[in-house]
Design a binder for this molecule. Structure first.
Ligand code: HEM
Length: 247
């Protein structure tokens, strides 16, 4: 794999600004409409996490060992986004088309077949790590999310408390005080906010504290949940799994 060529193409594309992620998401969403709901509504360039992270990870593929722990966590996180193996193929295909068209139309460089091969090989290495970690977690019986009922809501100027009912949470959701969770508000598919777990009464209820400072849109959306509504909870962050050695 020619890492210099990878870095050269990514550097050229990264200088082109927002039109590149715009093109990437347009292609991805047009060809794979089912992926639209996985992403937050009203995506702007600031919310473009996937494409930038991908380009950076690929262009640093020669440091794969250092990247592995982060990739495993990402792979597990992507379970809550609903990303399947087939989606990885869809993302790669949208990425390759975006890069080829952007390089050919907007830079002095010319995209070659060798570029396609390089990007495919590098993507495969990253995807393998992410998918292996996701698979390990699924094999351990941990659900990618849990829909919990909110029983009480208390709102203050820049913090809110949601009480969730804890009867029968699935495997992997043994919540403890101090856990940080990713929580999807009702009515906002694809949007995730951080919440701090407090006052866990095992088998009864737990509180989710959300700081929103009146500016953080995902947190505000979560803080506006009403009693009786469902919130979607991703697995707690402190995950000890590492993918098994593969032959
Ligand atoms: C090697 C492949 C991939 C890499 C390196 C990657 C990287 C990332 C990163 C770093 C984030 C931000 C995570 C966070 O804020 O918690 C992200 C978010 C996301 N990714 Fe991926 N991803 C990959 C593949 C995929 C695939 C195949 C899908 C499925 C369509 C996907 C869907 C998403 C979604 C829905 C988000 C949330 C976006 C948001 O909140 O703005 N990703 N990805």
């Amino acid at each position: 794999m020619d890492t210099e060529a990878l870095q050269r193409t990514w550097k050229a594309v990264a200088e082109l600004g927002d039109r590149v992620p715009l093109r990437f998401y347009s292609i991805l969403f047009y060809k794979n409409p089912e992926t639209q709901i996985m992403f937050p509504p009203g995506m702007t360039s600031q919310r473009d996490k996937l494409m930038r992270a991908l380009g950076t990870a690929i262009s640093n593929i020669d440091q794969l060992e250092e990247q592995k722990p982060g990739l495993w966590q990402l792979g597990r996180d992507h379970r809550r986004f609903g990303a399947t193996q087939a989606h990885y193929g869809a993302v790669l295909s949208a990425l390759l088309q975006t890069l080829e068209r952007s390089i050919n139309e907007w830079t002095e460089l010319e995209w070659t077949e060798a570029d396609t091969d390089n990007w495919c090989d590098a993507f495969q290495l990253l995807a393998n790590e992410m998918l292996a970690a996701a698979y390990e977690q699924a094999k351990a019986g941990i659900e990618p999310w849990w829909d919990a009922v909110v029983s009480e809501v208390e709102r203050h100027a820049d913090v809110a408390r949601l009480r969730i009912v804890m009867t029968n949470p699935p495997t992997g959701y043994e919540l403890e005080d101090g856990h940080v969770l990713d929580v999807m508000p009702p009515r906002r598919p694809g949007l995730w906010a951080k919440a701090l777990v407090r006052d866990v009464a095992i088998g009864a209820h737990a509180d989710l504290r959300i700081r929103h400072h009146g500016l953080d849109f995902p947190a505000m959306a979560l803080a506006s949940t009403r009693p009786g509504e469902l919130v979607r909870i991703g697995p707690p962050d402190s995950d000890p799994f590492e993918p098994e050695e593969r032959s």
